[in-house]
Structures are given as structure tokens and as C-alpha cells.
Design a protein around this ligand. Structure first.
Ligand code: ADP
Length: 297
């Protein structure tokens, strides 16, 4: 399956330019779309999911014109939006049956087989008779995947699925995504870089509606090899000085001290050690570079 997005732009009525001439190719496998809050990820995902119109641009899904052949797209698409509706008092089992009927699964035996299999796959079998309103955040997200999988879609879009999950729930959810198989395309939109590192052979970074990077996480890491330097800044003054003189990528508080990471072709000075690059470096460096490009001359 190939999804080709070409020159997509969207300006909301309030003047916010959420997508700026964005082009992106997404093939089979899990694709990570990362970017800070407000980057335009949901706008892009909603457009691919045929839920909103762009101002210009085109989207092709294996020869289907996504912006025109909406019904066709909806038949092969599973979507877990960022805000997944209301969670009613009815059970997971009944709700899935109800949604399956709405998807056109009219045969009761086929429906039972599908619904039962999805409840097993998402590890909700034991809770299937409990009301959805009593589900934890992680269970709700897994139910969201179960409903997205109804009809065996070839393209699945999950928008910020791990936000707000505790580490155990997040892990469980990521494992579920990873198990969805190689025969379909899964687009995972997230602001959590680590989710992408664990799951996605290909990724893109977007910010302010623009594409900053597209490629494999490994390629991205290779380009930074030997160029990421770390040091603990002893004082705020030292941190300030480094910020002025060097290309600072990120600072993390470790045991109350600032551990800083900078980008440099050679050792930037005493006390710095060369460290393995991380996907977070790729991410922050791209964002910093974009900030620079957009600075007025
Ligand atoms: P992300 O999913 O990366 O957080 P969004 O696509 O939700 O980004 O938002 C991109 C930009 O568009 C943000 O500035 C957001 O405030 C704005 N935006 C999103 N939806 C709307 C809308 N319906 N009306 C106006 N502005 C919107």
C-alpha cells in the first residue's frame, strides 16, 4: 500500500496555516509522524481520513483519489482519533457489535467471530462485559484500536494514542500496534519520539505545517554519529554561556544538574564527551534548524 501526499495546504478560518505545501510518501509498514503540539499532525491525519478538506494538494492511496473517492477510502481505513468520542455505559462487547453492524457486517456469526477475535487481540476479552465508561485510559485506547480494526482495514491511522498513558499501559499499547502485522500500513502520529524509535522503520518530522525530515530512524541517527557531545553544566552561568556559543540541542535535569547535549563536528571543548545520537537529538536539531530558518534577517 502506498499513500502519496502532494502539496497539501490548509488554512483554518481563524488564519492559522496548519499545513504548508506538505508532501510525504508513506509505504507499507508502520510510519511514525512526529512533531510538537500544534505541528499540524491531526490536521494531516483528519485530511487523510477524509474528515476535512485541504485548501489545495492531493492524496493518492494506491490509485484512489482520497479527496474525491471518500467512500472508497472509508471502506479500507481504520481511524483512532485523538479524542475518541464518548464512552457510554454499554459494554465493550455490545459496543463493538453495534459498530460492526454500522460497518455493514450483517451476518451474526461472522460478526461474533470478528468481535470476539478483536477483543482477544486487544487483550480486552476478560473485560468485555464491563461498561466502557469504567475503562482505564489504556483500555479505552485498546478499545479504540479494536473498533479501528473492524472491517480489516488496510490503512490504520492512530493519532497521539499514548498521550496520558502510564508506562505499563503505553508499553502494552505499543506492543499491540506492533502486532498489527506487515500486511497493512499503520500511521502513528505522536509527539513522543520514543514511540517512533521503538516501532517505526520510517518516519517524518513535521513542525509548523512543514516537513522537516523524512526517512528511516537509523539513517537519521547515522547522520549524527560522532557529532553529539554531552556535558554536565555546573552552573546556570555555564549553561548560559554554552547556549550562546554552541549549537545546543537539549538540556535535561539529571539529579538536579543540567545535562546538556550539543551538536558539533569536533569536540566543542573541555569536559564534553561524544555520545550516541538519539532520535530525540534528530528531532530537536530539526526543530532548532527550522527556528533558525524562520528568524528574520
Ligand atoms: P497537532 O496535531 O500536531 O497538535 P493540529 O493539526 O491539531 O496539530 O493543529 C495545527 C494548528 O492548527 C494549531 O495551531 C491549531 O491550533 C490549529 N487548529 C487545529 N484545528 C483547528 C480548527 N478546527 N480551527 C482553527 N485552528 C485549528
Amino acid at each position: 500500500m502506498a499513500l502519496t501526499i502532494t502539496g497539501l495546504s490548509k488554512t483554518y478560518p481563524n488564519g492559522v496555516k496548519a499545513l504548508k505545501n506538505l508532501s510525504l510518501s508513506i509505504g507499507n509498514s508502520m510510519f511514525g509522524l512526529v512533531g510538537p503540539n500544534g505541528a499540524g499532525k491531526s490536521s494531516l491525519m483528519r485530511t487523510v481520513a477524509t474528515l476535512q478538506e485541504p485548501d489545495s494538494g492531493s492524496i493518492d492511496l494506491d490509485g484512489i483519489d482520497v479527496l474525491k473517492q471518500k467512500d472508497h477510502v472509508r471502506r479500507i481505513l481504520g481511524y483512532l482519533p485523538q479524542e475518541f468520542g464518548v464512552y457510554p455505559k454499554i459494554s465493550a462487547l455490545d459496543m463493538l457489535h453495534h459498530l460492526a453492524v454500522m460497518k455493514g457486517m450483517n451476518s451474526p456469526s461472522e460478526r461474533k467471530e470478528t468481535v470476539d477475535a478483536l477483543l482477544q487481540q486487544t487483550n480486552l476479552w476478560d473485560s468485555r462485559k464491563k461498561a466502557l465508561s469504567t475503562f482505564s485510559g489504556g483500555m479505552k485506547q485498546r478499545f479504540g484500536i479494536a473498533q479501528a480494526l473492524l472491517g480489516n482495514p488496510r490503512l490504520i491511522i492512530v493519532d497521539e494514542p499514548t498521550a496520558g498513558l502510564d508506562p505499563a499501559e503505553r508499553n502494552r499499547f505499543l506492543n499491540l500496534l506492533a502486532s498489527l502485522g506487515s500486511d497493512r500500513t499503520v500511521i502513528l502520529s505522536t509527539h513522543i519520539v520514543d514511540d517512533v524509535r521503538q516501532l517505526c522503520p520510517r518516519m517524518a518530522i513535521i513542525s509548523s505545517g512543514e516537513l522537516l525530515f523524512e526517512g528511516s530512524p537509523n539513517d537519521a541517527l547515522t547522520t549524527l554519529k560522532g557529532k553529539i557531545w554531552s556535558k554536565v553544566a555546573a552552573t546556570d552561568e555555564e549553561l548560559g554561556a554554552i547556549e550562546k556559543q554552541l549549537q545546543l540541542i537539549s538540556t535535561h535535569l539529571v539529579g538536579g544538574q543540567h545535562e546538556i547535549r550539543v551538536y558539533a563536528n569536533a569536540s566543542p571543548g573541555a569536559g564534553f564527551r561524544c555520545v550516541d545520537s538519539s532520535l530525540e537529538d534528530v528531532y530537536f536539531l530539526n526543530l532548532a534548524q527550522q527556528g533558525k530558518d524562520q528568524r528574520p534577517n
